[in-house]
Ligand binder design. Structure first.
Ligand SMILES: [Zn+2]
Length: 55
């Protein structure tokens, strides 16, 4: 599976609409809520919602 394919299936777990994530150099950013999800060394994004970042 190519990186392109992975990008296509990633969606923000925090948004009900499951918007696509925009890949940056070091993380993915949700196009809707602007949450950032770090990319691990293996290239897989950590799509975890940190409740401490809620406000
Ligand atoms: Zn989001």
């Amino acid at each position: 599976m190519s990186d392109q394919k992975i990008d296509e299936i990633l969606a923000c777990p925090a948004c009900a609409e499951r918007p696509k994530l925009i890949r940056n150099d070091s993380c993915y950013t949700c196009s809707k809520c602007k949450r950032e999800y770090p990319i691990a060394e293996n290239g897989i994004a950590k799509l975890l919602v940190d409740p401490e970042h809620e406000s």
